[in-house]
Design a protein around this ligand. Structure first.
Ligand SMILES: C[S@@+](CC[C@H](N)C(=O)[O-])C[C@H]1O[C@@H](n2cnc3c(N)ncnc32)[C@H](O)[C@@H]1O
Length: 272
């Protein structure tokens, strides 16, 4: 199997397992999480924002594919002449628009659509942060990012899949191995097959998931691994969490959970 086929197969298998556990897919998966993607665009000390900003030339245009609530698009708009944020989730788009208004950032236009279907102009730089994991048909997705970047593509991808801290819990609660989404180790061979030779920069690891209380951890983890209240699976989850949650760094963490390490995968397109 090629790297591109392997990628598609991993996404398909993970999605099929999620659908089987969860039942019907929600129309907007992000409704419950979108508020968590709101951040002050003028915040200081955000290592990812600073690392991305250092790769931009002031006054350039930016296209942010899967911009979410504007966590990156809005701070980077302070450096760019204009930002186009492509985002299919209505709840994420609302957070992005509201945050732009609240902080008086008026050079960001939101295109409520999915990539690669979205119809937008090219930009100097194309950014895509923490999106690729769920894209089954990765080849047209990456090819269009490449084709839409006049100078540079910046993809932000974790070394291991975003929810992998929960995979061991999943197995104990559902009694079957969690199929993982692809992440950086699968992304680099995909790029190689597309003839792209990127530069990869590892950023500081992010702290493992931390929850305010035991109850908050249980509620959040139950949602993320598709466990409904009042079910036998919830009883199993409660037992597993009694053994697995520890108080650390002022919150509750899963014993043994590893920090996630984000990487910037960058390549020049030189397409003018
Ligand atoms: C984990 S969030 C990341 C948001 C933002 N890039 C960030 O780093 O804060 C993933 C986002 O990708 C978006 N997304 C998923 N599939 C997409 C697609 N085919 N085209 C564009 N965005 C997509 C989701 O709606 C969601 O907002």
């Amino acid at each position: 199997m090629s790297a591109i086929e392997t990628w598609g197969e991993m996404v398909r298998v993970e999605h099929a397992q999620s659908d089987r556990m969860r039942g019907e897919r929600p129309t907007d998966h992000w409704t419950r999480y979108a508020a968590g993607f709101k951040a002050d665009p003028r915040r200081q000390g955000d290592a990812l924002v600073e690392a991305l900003r250092s790769r931009l030339v002031p006054g350039e245009t930016l296209l942010d594919v899967g911009a979410g609530g504007g966590r990156l698009a809005l701070p980077l708009a302070l450096t760019c002449s204009a930002v186009t944020a492509v985002e299919p989730s209505p709840s994420m788009c609302s957070v992005l628009r509201e945050t732009a208004l609240e902080y008086h950032i008026d050079n960001v236009s939101v295109v409520e659509a999915a990539w690669p279907e979205a119809s937008v102009e090219r930009a100097d730089v194309v950014l895509c942060s923490h999106v690729v994991y769920v894209i089954e048909n990765i080849e047209p997705f990456v090819r269009k990012m490449h084709g839409h970047a006049r100078r540079l593509v910046l993809a932000v991808v974790f070394q291991s899949p975003p929810q992998s801290q929960l995979y061991a819990l999943w197995e104990r609660v559902h009694g079957e191995k969690r199929h993982g989404l692809p992440s950086l180790p699968q992304f680099l061979p995909v790029l190689e097959e597309l003839g792209i030779r990127p530069e990869v920069t590892e950023l500081e690891p992010q702290a493992p998931m931390t929850f305010d209380s035991f109850e908050a951890a249980q509620d959040s983890i139950a949602r993320r691994i598709y466990v409904n209240p009042g079910t036998p699976a919830m009883t199993r989850l409660q037992c597993v969490l009694q053994e697995s949650l520890r108080q650390r760094d002022g919150g509750w963490q899963i014993e043994g959970a590893q920090p996630s390490r984000p990487c910037i995968v960058a390549w020049e397109t030189a397409s003018g």
